[in-house]
Design a protein around this ligand. Sequence first.
Ligand SMILES: Cc1ncc(COP(=O)(O)O)c(C=O)c1O
Length: 350
Amino acid sequence: MSFDLNKLLRPNIQSLTPYSSARDEFHGEAKIFLDANENSIGSPLLKWYNRYPDPHQQKIKEKLSKIKAVPPNQIFIGNGSDECIDILYRAFCIPGKDNVIICPPTYGMYEVSANINDVEIRKAPLLSDFQLDLVHMETLVDENTKLIWICSPNNPTGNSMNHEDIEAILNNFEGIVVVDEAYINFARQKSFISRLKEYPNLVILQTLSKAWGLAGLRLGMAFASEEIISIYNKIKPPYNISEAVQELVLNALDYTDDVNAMIRELVSERKRMEEELPQLKVVENLYPSDANFLLVKVIDAKAIYEYLLAKQIVVRDRSKVLLCKGCLRITVGTAKENDELLNALQNFVV
Ligand SMILES: Cc1ncc(COP(=O)(O)O)c(C=O)c1O
């Protein structure tokens, strides 16, 4: 396999001169900042936010680097994973010409973002055990295939993909392989992060929205080679992560012990739900999960979805999604929330 990043890159991105912000151009100590057209007087808040934030989020990257064991220059921080996804399309896919491969059922934004960018989507549905169909995927690849999207653990099926399958793709595909690990902290499988050195074509996506409990702050991460990360930095809006978010995240990253405790609690609740749900009359099948949600086949998805809504419990109806016929996707809640859900399902009149 020969991997040539420059050949994959869109010519307009290759020749792009990125925006150079005031904060990019000045380094060092100063007393008076009159370079960025900020409001020098202050903010209408107790705490001032009148200055632009660090465009490179250096302090966050340094902390993340220690947590993830990846050098700061191999980390990109986006406004949610969704920004990390969109930038890959804009970097590598020529609209109306290039294509990408996804493996449905999977996270919806890979397809939506492709549509927004006018990039062709080719689909290799998962096999009936929700694993990758390598044979089908291979038949879809041509010289215009730039990205392959793999979600592991996968949303909405909950399972992790076989590592040997992902390795086979990384070893044979000359484009970029994106492994979206949004739910990796809940998984029995290891992250691919430790494999970055081996694979120049690997991009790993993670997020603070799940295990870290910070969905409201919008912070997604991409881990890749220094070269791929520098492409991300070339394309991103100059100040894509606000000062307030940077401060809050910097603080939150000190609390790994608390996050680990939440992960243990959610995994233990998942186990309890995996034991209790199949005992209910309404449940026909439950798929093993490596994430913080369960895909559950029920006797009548639409009726049960609406019944739960009437009790002010919202789950996700995935019954119309490929391979998920009759299924609800249920996020693992607190012990009390899970009890309420189990209780409601128990009382559904068949
Ligand atoms: C697989 C997967 N990736 C990414 C995301 C979005 O993450 P973020 O909140 O960082 O945009 C989700 C959200 O549900 C997801 O399921």
